[in-house]
Design a protein around this ligand. Structure first.
Ligand SMILES: [Cu+2]
Length: 64
């Protein structure tokens, strides 16, 4: 599982946007968004860079 620190997530819209962006690259990806901790946890066949790029593509900041 990969864990990303993501800034700017605030609501269910953000959860859906990020989940869909990752699942667009890997349909089978499991995406768990923790709004309270500002964390996104992903289990997928994607690389860390690919997931980070997908999240950034939705307009969120991803910490290295
Ligand atoms: Cu939102």
């Amino acid at each position: 599982m990969q864990v990303f620190k993501v800034q700017g997530m605030s609501c269910e819209h953000c959860v859906r946007a990020i989940t869909h962006a990752v699942q667009k690259l890997d349909e089978a990806a499991e995406v768990e968004v923790d709004l309270a901790d500002g964390e996104v946890r992903v289990s997928s066949r994607l690389s860390i860079a690919e997931v980070a790029e997908a999240i950034r593509g939705e307009g969120y900041e991803v910490s290295p």
